[in-house]
Ligand binder design. Structure first.
Ligand SMILES: Cc1cc2nc3c(=O)[nH]c(=O)nc-3n(C[C@H](O)[C@H](O)[C@H](O)COP(=O)(O)OP(=O)(O)OC[C@H]3O[C@@H](n4cnc5c(N)ncnc54)[C@H](O)[C@@H]3O)c2cc1C
Length: 360
């Protein structure tokens, strides 16, 4: 194969994880090439709800990481303004004792949370037609449009993006030597896998197995509607937010982390049901979906992020996770620091690749 020229760092995958890393490396003065099989944000990052939060977490380390992720987003917003929407979130996915327990847990951690009565909730979001007795307000949560942010990060990074080019990792003598593409070999000292659900397929030829969960989902976008939502809404029956154009966005299943790994057998029917739930919540009749996209969440086998050096292959790095919108900025900060030999961020230490990687 012909060599395309020496690129020190190649990132495989131009989703939000790869784009945030390219941007962070560029801030550190590193030249980066990004190899993307389709187009930037073609997969999960272009089909995501975009909610940045830590009110949901699988364990204490995950909570700490998500809180750090929110702070890292604020730093990213300073470098790249105009993408982050500090909407806050109104949440009533649970009720009664369960809601109290969530509020108690978050308050004990110092997470910003306010308890709202029905009147308080309606005052914050007058468009609601169905409201519970009580809800929680998470003022520090918000959202981004992950596709737009991905493209903006790539552009601001100055990275060369090879789109429509599928890469494979090339190694020799236990270390990475580059990325093989249909255009030729791109030589590299360091290669980062930021390929989302395609990660196991990139690792398998190296004799490595990374278990991933099967977590398909739907993302629905309506035509612009004649009301204005100020917050992300997380109701038991449906999560909803509104974009800048006035369209409502909603995943097809409620409880964003708890939907099951079953295949979507009736996406059109599921989308219609979700539109019906949104219509009831907001008093909107005849809601129309402008787009319904199917997506697979990149969820490692234990549900938690996998980030860091790939053991046994010098120069190879890995960054794959669900809630990658919330975590993209902290993942980029941590990996860039580790790649520069500055050690592992303590908040990322529980999420090393070797906990899940096995010999294939
Ligand atoms: C329905 C849905 C709702 C979600 N909601 C939220 C939310 O509200 N909040 C949140 O924090 N997270 C959410 N997520 C998760 C979040 O969107 C993902 O964790 C994040 O987008 C992952 O980004 P990524 O860059 O790792 O993956 P992707 O965006 O999938 O990017 C990977 C890229 O790699 C490319 N690629 C793969 N293999 C190769 C190869 N061999 N060569 C070259 N390129 C390759 C692909 O084409 C793709 O563009 C949601 C996800 C889904 C699907």
């Amino acid at each position: 194969m012909q060599a395309l020229g020496m690129e020190k760092i190649v990132i495989i995958g131009a989703g939000l994880i790869g784009a945030a890393l390219a941007h962070k490396l560029a801030q550190r003065g590193r030249a980066v090439m990004v190899v993307e099989a389709a187009l930037p944000a073609a997969l999960a990052s272009g089909r995501s709800f975009g909610w940045i939060n830590a009110s949901f977490a699988l364990n204490d380390a995950h909570f700490a990481l998500r809180v750090a992720g929110m702070a890292a987003h604020e730093r990213m917003a300073l470098a790249l303004p105009g993408h982050h929407r500090a909407s806050g979130c109104l949440w009533w996915e649970e009720a009664g004792e369960a809601l109290d327990a969530t509020a108690d847990r978050l308050e004990a951690e110092g997470y910003p949370v306010r308890r709202l009565s029905r009147t308080g909730l309606m005052a914050r979001e007058p468009a609601l037609r169905v409201a519970p007795e009580e809800a929680l307000f998470f003022p520090s949560e918000g959202w981004v449009d992950p596709a737009a942010l991905t493209r903006a990060l790539l552009q601001a990074s100055g990275a060369q993006v090879l789109a429509g080019v599928t890469g494979r990792i090339k190694t020799a003598n236990g270390r990475v030597v580059g990325v093989e593409t249909p255009l030729g070999l791109i030589a590299a000292d360091q290669v980062v896998i930021a390929a989302g659900v395609a990660t196991p397929g990139l690792l398998a030829p190296l004799g490595l197995n990374l278990p991933m969960r099967h977590r398909p989902g739907l993302m629905i976008r309506t035509a612009p509607v004649g009301l204005r939502l100020s917050h992300i809404l997380a109701a038991p029956e449906q999560e909803i937010r509104q974009d800048d154009a006035g369209c409502l966005l909603a995943p097809a299943a409620a409880f964003h982390q708890a939907d099951e790994g079953r295949d979507l057998t009736d996406p059109i029917g599921q989308a219609a049901a979700a539109l019906g739930r949104i219509g009831s919540l907001l008093g909107l009749a005849g809601l129309r979906a402008e787009a319904v996209v199917q997506a697979e969440r990149p969820v490692p086998g234990d549900g938690l992020p996998v980030l860091g050096a790939v053991p046994g292959v010098a120069g190879l790095w890995l960054s794959v996770m669900h809630s990658g919108v919330t975590l993209a900025a902290i993942a980029a900060e941590g990996l860039a620091s580790e790649m520069a030999g500055q050690g592992i961020l303590p908040v990322l230490a529980p999420f090393r690749p070797d906990r899940l990687l096995t010999a294939a």
